[in-house]
Design a protein around this ligand. Structure first.
Ligand code: RET
Length: 282
């Protein structure tokens, strides 16, 4: 008997043809309403989040509070660019899966641009969280370095076509790096936030972040990159929904807290000054 995935693949080959040019990939995306809407919705939400931040935080003057605002802004700046890359067919490819994969030998739709751009967005989430907790540069930069490592090895997992074992080994490596970040958030920053006085806000952010972030490897595992039990459209919507929680909702929770410039967050006009400038000179 011919496995159903092979039949589907043959049908896909003859009916749709596996896209080869960027134009064909672009048309493939926009012929699939579920897939296209998962990209377009996020372009709209990232744009709205940018506008909301600019409007709500327009009166924030403290440089430390501003740094957190800018960090949240950059999450959506990366996101709108990331989803534009996906929607335009630029950061999507059809990749032939190796023997042993559930869709071995098939050209499988891979949204590798997601893994690539998380490399640039997740550091800004962590900078904002670490600063809210009142953590030090060592821990913030450690979390940033590990999230970059996690995303790049996740990208490698998705793009490796030589061996299914090597795909899963990349996945394991990426997951180990992920656990370092989870440890920093749950143990180090949670304790520091209590001392800083941002414990309550941090608890909300921590739950949204840790629960949301665990969804990504689960989706990778269940989606077409992993054991392939979820369709491409569903996987993409899964990531898009997780992005809404871990980026836009987290951002709005942070901004609504920051606009009042509470003492727990601010550090005075000289914060981070690189010259002899001082607020008193004004
Ligand atoms: C991958 C696959 C390999 C194993 C692990 C993963 C984790 C990804 C995470 C992504 C978070 C992304 C966010 C994006 C917001 O812009 C790469 C899926 C552990 C945790 C928050």
């Amino acid at each position: 008997m011919i496995p159903s995935s092979t039949v589907r693949s043959d049908a896909q080959h003859s009916l749709l043809q596996v896209p080869e040019t960027q134009r064909e990939t672009f048309e493939f995306v926009f012929n699939d309403l579920l897939l296209a809407s998962s990209f377009v919705t996020n372009i709209a939400l990232a744009g709205l989040t940018i506008l909301a931040i600019v409007y709500l935080a327009r009166n924030v003057v403290d440089p430390r509070a501003q740094l957190i605002v800018i960090s949240t802004l950059l999450i959506s700046v990366v996101s709108i660019s990331s989803y534009t890359g996906l929607a335009s067919g630029l950061t999507i490819s059809f990749i032939e899966m190796p023997a042993g994969h559930a869709r071995a030998g098939e050209e499988v739709f891979t949204m590798w641009g997601r893994y690539l751009t998380w490399t640039f967005s997740t550091p800004f989430i962590l900078i904002a969280l670490g600063m809210i907790a009142g953590s030090n540069l060592t821990k913030i930069l450690t979390s940033v370095a590990f999230t970059i490592a996690m995303c790049v090895t996740g990208l490698a997992a998705a793009l490796t076509t030589s061996s299914v074992l090597m795909r899963w080994w990349w996945f394991v490596l990426s997951s180990i790096f992920f656990l370092v970040i989870v440890y920093i958030i749950l143990v180090e920053w949670s304790a520091e936030a209590e001392v800083t006085g941002t414990g309550e806000l941090f608890t909300t952010l921590k739950i949204l972040t840790v629960v949301g972030w665990f969804g990504y490897p689960i989706l990778w595992f269940l989606g077409v990159e992993g054991i392939a039990v979820l369709s491409v459209g569903l996987t993409s919507w899964g990531y898009s929904i997780l992005d809404i929680i871990t980026k836009y909702i987290v951002t709005m929770v942070i901004i609504l807290y920051l606009v009042d410039e509470p003492d727990e967050i601010t550090a005075g006009a000289d914060y981070g000054a690189t010259g002899r400038f001082s607020a008193a000179d004004d």
